[in-house]
Design a protein around this ligand. Structure first.
Ligand SMILES: [Zn+2]
Length: 226
């Protein structure tokens, strides 16, 4: 991690992480958490694994929050308060429906990314008066940037990357893609669909989340063939 000037949120300086750093950090967090809870590191992480992970690091987690007043598409919020642990709110329309379980898990993992990566830098900016205590202390996260965001939107990019790294760790993704490649004999035109399906099933994520993760890790069938 290095500190670079923040051109987006007025924090003065902000952390910059290389993708590999985030992969290593979040795989370590997820595996320690699983080992503590279950005595073994086995994926997928359950929704329960994720809520307990967040609860260990926040003052409050509410997965039935009403976020409608924050605008259309807002599905998660991490609120920071200097001197206290953050608070995470997840939109109730994810927590109340089994059909949205994968999106709930994605949102939980994304907000954990904010909690782990951004608490200290935002607390510091509030304490130093660079961020407004009330307005600047809350990150609101929309559905469209939950998995990936442009790199200049660094808070969302980092939390989106963390989300993939927690749910689909790089080491296991590489192994899965390599095993899949040795066994795949279908046409190239169906390969991405098939691999996305394998990842989605293995790690209990949406096909969209699986596809994003395969692309960022350069593990798509096209990339594997090079
Ligand atoms: Zn976010």
């Amino acid at each position: 991690m290095k500190l670079v000037p923040d051109l987006m949120h007025g924090l003065g300086m902000r952390p910059h992480y290389e993708p590999g750093e985030l992969d290593r950090a979040f795989e370590k967090i997820a595996s320690s958490h699983l080992r503590r809870r279950h005595g073994a590191v086995e994926y997928p992480l359950t929704t329960d694994d994720l809520t307990v992970l967040i609860e260990d690091h926040v003052d409050e987690l509410d997965i039935y929050a009403d976020l409608t007043s924050l605008g259309a598409g807002v599905e998660g919020v991490t609120a920071f308060k200097p001197g206290a642990k953050p608070k995470v709110l997840i939109s109730s329309h994810l927590g109340e429906s089994e059909a949205r379980e994968n999106r709930l898990r994605t949102t939980l993992a994304h907000e954990f990314g904010h909690v782990h990566l951004h608490a200290y830098i935002i607390d510091l900016a509030i304490e130093e008066g660079r961020l407004d205590r009330l307005r600047g202390s809350k990150i609101t996260c929309k559905r469209e940037t939950m998995l990936s965001a442009p790199q200049k939107d660094w808070r969302e990019w980092q939390a989106g990357y963390a989300c993939g790294a927690i749910l689909m760790p790089a080491g296991r993704m590489t192994q899965l893609a390599s095993d899949w490649r040795s066994g795949w004999s279908g046409p190239a035109s169906l390969a991405m669909d098939a691999l996305v399906g394998e990842v989605a099933q293995r790690f209990l994520v949406s096909r969209e989340a699986a596809a994003v993760r395969l692309r960022v890790l350069k593990l798509t069938p096209e990339a594997l063939a090079q």
